[in-house]
Design a protein around this ligand. Structure first.
Ligand code: F6R
Length: 373
């Protein structure tokens, strides 16, 4: 960010009127991560899970958007500690291998997302070990009445994507209780501390000069963000991309190393003037594989001449959860401040609601085969 931009951004983001476009209060909510973590932990620990621990052969998280990303964050952060495979399904159908020994976590904040509900139906048909994480809707009412254990989240979070800490912590506790993850008490404590630290550092009262999220928002304003992660930060990159889409109402892209070094970088070779629109953000983790660190350095060197700028952020914290929450929180705040800078209310996602309404009028069974198939 140039000195002029920093000065300009300081005036805008440090003014109450700029932040007042956030009518649903998502910025204030982003500061309540520690309470969300404690609340979700209590709720998930209290649910009766009527399956023998150790009974699970593999686990699946079914969800969409803000309710799915929690599953990716867990899978990427804890990939080395997972004792069973963990997959995330964002679709209408469960994979063929889901059966009686599969733990199926149905994740939908509203409890009414049709893709998740069709997976729910299939999971029950296959007699899988099913748990729901939701604030209500059909998932809580219909499937709860069918005997599915429900981690019931509070219903007053204005947007599903703002419930990410609740969703993620609920999943972690369920996975820990089913012996798919080892004991997490220490990690949860560090996660809470990371959320508290991020809330302090990025708080709306803190001026641009001392506020990493506001500075990032100012640096991204006017460009198209491309977010790169790797290993534990791959899912975080996807979260940033989604938050920029939904909060700041901007197109954005994400990709993960090492894979992006095998295709995506070629796109910068002849991007020409189009490249000037891109602002690349690299999400780094001190615990990356040594070669991943080198790849970040080399990729930066190769990509920088073709884009407007490359920014880097490094996760802080001891446990994977702390480091992931540190970056998730920074990205959440930055996307909210970016919305404010653009004069856009970050909360409503009318286009998603309109699409859901139109789809809901048609039912969601599989289409009949067309003639000749
Ligand atoms: C809206 C949001 C969306 C939803 C998605 C699924 O804030 O984040 O990505 O998460 O449309 O809805 P739910 O989470 O209710 O299952």
């Amino acid at each position: 960010m140039s000195a002029t931009e920093a000065r300009g951004a300081e005036h805008a983001l440090d003014r109450f009127e700029t932040l007042a476009v956030d009518r649903q209060g998502l910025i204030a909510l982003a500061g309540r991560g520690p309470e969300a973590l404690r609340d979700a932990r209590g709720r998930a620990e209290a649910v009766d899970l009527p399956f023998p621990a150790g009974a699970v052969r593999e686990a699946v998280v079914c969800g969409m958007g803000g309710s799915a990303i929690a599953g990716d964050l867990v899978a990427d952060a804890y990939s080395e500690r997972l004792r069973r495979p963990l997959a995330v399904v964002r679709d209408y159908s469960l994979p063929g291998w889901v059966g009686r020994d599969t733990l199926v976590i149905l994740s939908s904040y509203s409890g009414n997302t049709e893709e998740t509900l069709t997976c729910a139906m299939q999971a029950l048909e296959r007699e899988a070990l099913v748990v729901a994480v939701t604030s209500g809707g059909k998932l809580a009412e219909f499937y709860g009445a069918q005997g599915v254990p429900v981690v019931r989240l509070p219903g007053d979070i204005p947007q599903p994507r703002a419930a990410v800490v609740h969703l993620l912590v609920s999943m972690l506790v369920v996975l820990e209780r089913m012996a798919i993850l080892p004991a997490l008490a220490e990690d949860l404590g560090e996660g809470e501390a990371a959320l508290a630290a991020a809330a302090g550092a990025n708080a709306p009262e803190r001026p641009v000069a001392e506020n990493p999220a506001k500075r990032l928002a100012a640096a991204l304003n006017g460009g198209l963000p491309i977010i790169y992660g790797a290993e534990a930060t791959a899912a975080v990159a996807r979260r940033w991309k989604g938050q920029i889409n939904e909060n700041a109402k901007l197109p954005a892209a994400w990709a993960a190393l090492p894979e992006l070094d095998h295709n995506e970088i070629v796109g910068f070779e002849a991007a020409g003037d189009l490249g000037r629109a891109f602002r690349v953000v690299m999400l780094r983790d001190p615990r990356h594989h040594r070669q991943v660190h080198r790849r970040f350095e080399l990729t930066k060197e190769l990509v920088a001449p073709a884009v407007d700028r490359v920014l880097e952020v490094t996760a802080e914290g001891r446990s994977p959860l702390a480091r992931v929450l540190d970056l998730v929180s920074l990205g959440d705040y930055a996307s909210l401040y970016l919305a404010c800078l653009r004069g856009i209310d970050p909360g409503p996602v009318d286009i998603i609601e309109r699409l859901k309404d139109r789809l809901a009028t048609t039912g969601y069974g599989r289409a009949a085969a067309s003639p000749g198939e």
